[in-house]
Design a protein around this ligand. Structure first.
Ligand code: S3P
Length: 257
């Protein structure tokens, strides 16, 4: 056999070993997910991820291909998260709540923890219209924006493994609520008016609050909307005084029931 053919054959053998190792690894990942679920263990364990990176870096200290190998492991770890997510949840997460309740922040945290895609409704609508939400309100009026929200929810019905971050007003329409419930588990994030005020006071992309950035207005609008938010929710998570990981862990614990 030519030497090159022999080298290629050895490479095939290595790839076979990698494939077998990956199959074994994926199965272990599924078993760990199942173990965590059945033993009511904390699913979100950021420390574990850090430990794993440390272990790999240590093992590769002297290796001239350290960077390349770590890149491969980044992909392996990302895919492990996806496998864990699929093993744990066969539904989407739909995040809802008043402006400033933390929908965007928690969507991004869930994206990081579970390697799932985030769909931010406001962002998609703004991109499609080629203008900001405030400009859409000014140019076409609120009804136009609300219709765009309904259309988008209908369009998203077939998506799988996503976190859908709704606009703060999305559950105000009854039709939206039934579309949200068809998409996934509806998680309502809540916060006190004082907390909302602190979070939104320097933002200028919320037309509903733009000239009303004060606690009494926020409290009143929140109270007006409360029955609709609560009617839409499968799960309610108060967010005041909690960090992202605590909120995500609480979501998961409640979702897994
Ligand atoms: C709205 C909330 C906003 C955005 C629009 C209207 C509302 O979303 O959809 O400005 O009526 O509560 P966020 O809650 O993400 O700010």
């Amino acid at each position: 056999m030519e030497q090159i053919e022999e080298l290629r054959a050895r490479l095939d053998m290595c790839d076979g070993i990698i494939l077998d190792a990956l199959r074994m690894r994926n199965k272990i990942t599924e078993d760990i997910a199942e173990y965590k679920r059945s033993h009511n263990m904390q699913i979100v364990q950021p420390e574990q991820e850090k430990k794993k990176k440390y272990f790999l870096q240590n093992r590769l200290q002297e290796n001239e291909h350290q960077e390349e190998i770590l890149n491969v492991f980044d992909a392996i770890l990302l895919n492990s998260k996806k496998i864990q997510t699929k093993a744990l949840f066969d539904y989407n997460f739909v995040l809802t709540g008043f402006m400033g309740a933390g929908k965007t922040t928690i969507s991004n945290a869930l994206k990081h923890i579970f390697a799932i895609d985030v769909i931010e409704m406001d962002q998609i609508i703004a991109e499609r219209e080629g203008m900001s939400i405030s400009e859409i309100f000014e140019t076409y009026g609120e009804q136009y924006f609300r219709d765009a929200e309904t259309d988008l929810l209908i369009e998203l019905q077939s998506r799988k493994n996503i976190v859908l971050s709704c606009g703060g007003g999305t559950p105000l329409r009854e039709v939206n609520v039934s579309e949200m419930k068809k998409i996934g588990k509806v998680i309502l994030l809540t916060a006190k008016p004082e907390t909302i005020f602190e979070r939104i006071k320097d933002c200028h992309d919320r037309p509903v609050l733009e000239n009303n950035k004060n606690i009494p207005f926020i409290a009143e609008l929140m109270e007006q909307r409360r029955p609709k938010y609560e009617a839409a929710a499968d799960i309610i998570i108060p967010t005041d005084g909690k960090n992202e990981y605590e909120i995500c862990e609480e979501i998961i614990t409640k979702v897994l029931g």
